[in-house]
Ligand binder design. Sequence first.
Ligand SMILES: Cc1cc2nc3c(=O)[nH]c(=O)nc-3n(C[C@H](O)[C@H](O)[C@H](O)COP(=O)(O)O)c2cc1C
Length: 319
Amino acid sequence: MVDLTTTLAGMRLRNPVMTASGCAANGKELHRFFDVSALGAFVTKTVMPTPRSGRGTPRMAETPSGMLNSIGLQGPGIDAFADEDLPWLAGVGASVLVSVAGGSAVEFAQVATRLTRSPAFGSVVGLEVNISCPNVANRGLVFAIDPLASAKVVSLVREATPAGIPVLAKLSPDVTDLVAVASACLTAGADGLTMINTTLGMAIDVERMRPHLAGITGGLSGPAIRPVAVRAIWQVRGAMIAGRIPTAPIIGVGGVASGRDALELIAAGASAVQVGTATFHDPLAPARVLEELEALLDELGYATVAAAVGAAHPDGSGR
Ligand SMILES: Cc1cc2nc3c(=O)[nH]c(=O)nc-3n(C[C@H](O)[C@H](O)[C@H](O)COP(=O)(O)O)c2cc1C
């Protein structure tokens, strides 16, 4: 038996496996396949201040070892989420990591404030700040490309969130210096980081000679981006180990479809992992990844999952 309990930025979780934002809606569909309260945490679809219908179709395109999506943050808005979706998740006993966003730093904080007034706020174990969201004041470029804009969002959400509820910044890999963005978010008060969001891609339908997606470009996810996630986690964890940026826990996400994939992200420095795209073709994927991870840790002789975090770094425990 491997001890899978995970303490992360003050969150005490049953185990280190979570859903990834936007890949399991708000839990009801997945709960038909397995008990979502068995996961370390359920990560919600990003919640915005008001209802949004999202982009036009087609919104998805298959790519080698992955997929492109251009959803446009469709959702019911924070009021419906706080009054209906969150109470449902609380009712099944899930530990909920709520993904929040807005078109301005102030809007992000408004979503956080409204969330705290939900009757089900007790089920919330943390907030994940989706800074890969267009900044209305900066030509719609995402906050995540700019360390200053990212820091402002994080500090306002941190102020709006009760002490004891961790705030994690979810980073985009589409930057030249990821460590600089990580550093800005941590200095602004982020209690941890989630990495990575999708990486920008595009596909063209040569029969029609038109872009595949109505939104033209889209976010690439799935196994194709796992090496990018491993690299990102490695670089940021490395900067923490070297004392170049504040130390904080990392949640890894990107192309995890098996326990072995999850362990790769953990060995690079992630304390927990999220399963996204794999859920679309196998709704049991998060539960299966958890089982496989436990079996693999056992086989490799780990008594706890915590002992494997960052183990591949030169000063990690190695093997
Ligand atoms: C269809 C789809 C919708 C997504 N929606 C969100 C979202 O609302 N908020 C967010 O932070 N990330 C969103 N993501 C990104 C995932 O949470 C995750 O970071 C990314 O897909 C990489 O993990 P994966 O390869 O396991 O899917 C979405 C991804 C997909 C494929």
